[in-house]
Write a protein of this length. Structure first.
Length: 133
């Protein structure tokens, strides 16, 4: 039997370390998932978002990825690396938590410099069609 699950939306979901590992493994090993969204209310352990994002380096099915909520420097750095080697990701969305949407989405005192690696990687990426920040 061939898996048929294509779209996955996580809404107000708690990711444990184990669930982050499993999700990353699913994405690394190949799945039928083409679009995945992590909404504002999802919570991750330290390094959890990075672990999942890192799996996109070798993923060949996901075309749309949405990280809605906190994306720190390590997530941005990982996504920049992903953009250099992933050949299927076409749409990437990084959005602020809803409560901070009007104030900017980086933590107080942080700079938009965290996004620089992503913008720099766009010069070498040939598949991304939409970046929303």
């Amino acid at each position: 039997r061939t898996p048929t699950l294509r779209l996955v939306d996580f809404d107000d979901f708690y990711f444990s370390n184990e669930l982050c590992r499993v999700m990353a493994n699913i994405l690394k090993e190949g799945s039928s998932i083409i679009a995945i969204t992590f909404d504002n209310e999802c919570t991750f352990p330290d390094g959890g978002r990075v672990r999942i994002a890192n799996a996109l380096k070798t993923n060949a099915t996901v075309t749309d990825m949405d990280f809605l909520g906190d994306c720190d420097e390590s997530v941005c750095n990982t996504l920049a690396t992903v953009l250099l080697c992933n050949s299927t990701l076409q749409n990437l969305t990084l959005q602020p938590p809803e409560e901070g949407a009007g104030e900017g989405w980086l933590p107080e005192g942080a700079s938009g410099g965290w996004l620089c690696p992503i913008f720099l990687s766009l010069g070498m990426n040939t598949t991304l069609k939409r970046l929303s920040v």
